[in-house]
Ligand binder design. Structure first.
Ligand code: ZN
Length: 421
């Protein structure tokens, strides 16, 4: 059984990697279609031949690594069940304590640790690739520090959630998923509230805007949208990366707009203002609240499906895999596998919704600034700076892109005047 699993998974993973490689390195055309040639969205108009070559190379490798991670995670959970590791973790945790409030966190710690070690090489190669192409500038020690922080934060949250979830499973075999969902709602809100003030500062330094002249202009723009000054932050990312970014996160009084210092340092002033206007767009259109509602709805269906699929898994594989009821912690990898498959299946919908929101924020920004040149310039600069492919292969777009492609974004902005009311 164990030998067969190892053989089949190696074979399956090998075939998957081969097909993926063929798709990304042989079958996919990079660059823009004929209709976009010569427009501002065509990278040949704003990138050097060397930059174009590096972008294509870097993108292919990056997509390849990104798509390898998903099935590896699924094989990991399956392997832990089939090889009997889950039962070993469970027995170990029972040996440490009689109380499930201690047993479950210990089980989760063992599972998280083994998962971390198995996924580590892939993360490490991704980092190496990013360093090689001059995107990341982060030292190994700083990168490891971030890895360790996210391991422990992930563990703390997971241990809490799983302990509560398995209590609910014991308490109500039929309704655990519904009670879990009801508890998830305040939990989501609480986490969104904590994110910018507790979690994000563990990784990076956040300050008010440093460049006072630029700050005046940014705050004037924020003021036009009734956003108070204490909502705009700068984060020190230049120690870690050359790429640029900005985002909105948090909720309620912790809702804030964050600009990476790389964006502030590398873009022209009017270009920074366009990026800021895009983030203001998210803020004004309440995209974060819509995200929250989306997450709550998705969690409802995710938990409902997980309930049926867990019952099915126990009846089909429970005996073989040594987990005899849904509430048996030894079945946790099965639950993770189910949740991961469900979230993968839902991701194209989630990403399509996100692409719509991003498009709306771009439209808001161009209407607000009316500065087409700065808008196009900022996205071109972002593209060159991150060596991003403006028109990724279809599978990459539908399975990975939460933003419209740069080709779509720049083209929309360039065409803006013609569509104006
Ligand atoms: Zn955005």
């Amino acid at each position: 059984m164990k030998k067969r699993f190892v053989l089949w998974s190696l074979l399956g993973f090998g075939i998957y990697a081969l097909l993926l490689g063929l798709y990304l390195f042989q079958w996919s055309e990079f660059g823009v279609p004929e209709a976009y040639k010569g427009t501002a969205a065509d990278p040949e108009t704003f990138m050097t031949p060397r930059e174009l070559e590096l972008t294509e190379e870097y993108s292919r490798y990056r997509y390849f690594l990104s798509f390898l991670g998903q099935p590896l995670e699924w094989l990991l959970y399956l392997g832990i069940m089939l090889m009997g590791a889950s039962v070993v973790f469970k027995r170990f945790s029972e040996g440490v304590s009689r109380f499930s409030a201690i047993q479950i966190p210990i089980y989760v710690l063992l599972l998280s640790t083994i998962s971390w070690f198995i996924m580590f090489p892939l993360d490490y190669i991704k980092r190496k690739l990013s360093l090689h192409y001059g995107i990341s500038t982060q030292s190994f020690s700083s990168w490891m520090r971030d890895e360790i922080i996210s391991f422990w934060i992930g563990f703390a949250i997971m241990a809490l959630l799983i302990t509560v979830l398995y209590k609910l499973m014991k308490w109500s075999q039929k309704r655990w998923w519904l009670y879990a969902w009801l508890l998830m709602i305040p939990f989501f809100v609480f986490m969104m509230y904590l994110q910018p003030v507790v979690i994000d500062p563990l990784y990076n330094d956040f300050t008010t805007l440093q460049d006072k002249q630029l700050e005046d202009k940014i705050l004037t723009l924020a003021d036009q949208a009734d956003i108070p000054a204490d909502r705009v932050y700068e984060v020190n990312m230049s120690e870690k990366t050359n790429s640029m970014n900005a985002y909105v996160n948090g909720i309620g009084s912790n809702l804030r707009i964050v600009l990476w210092d790389t964006t502030l340092n590398r873009l022209q002033e009017d270009e920074v203002l366009f990026i800021m206007a895009h983030e203001i767009g998210h803020y004004v259109m309440n995209h974060l609240y819509w995200n929250l509602i989306g997450a709550i709805v998705a969690a409802f269906f995710g938990l409902l499906f997980a309930y049926y699929l867990m019952n099915f898994a126990v009846s089909k594989c429970g005996r073989k895999w040594n987990f005899h009821k849904v509430s048996d912690i030894a079945g946790l990898p099965v639950l993770f596998l189910i949740l991961s498959l469900l979230s993968f299946a839902a991701s194209p919908i989630e990403l399509a919704v996100s692409r719509q929101a991003e498009k709306a924020a771009d439209e808001y920004a161009i209407q607000m600034t009316q500065d087409k040149e700065a808008a196009v310039g900022s996205f071109q600069e972002l593209t060159v700076n991150g060596l991003s492919e403006v028109n990724p292969p279809a599978l990459v777009k539908y399975l990975r892109y939460g933003h419209p492609t740069m080709m779509e974004r720049i083209y929309m902005l360039e065409q803006y005047d013609h569509k104006k009311k």
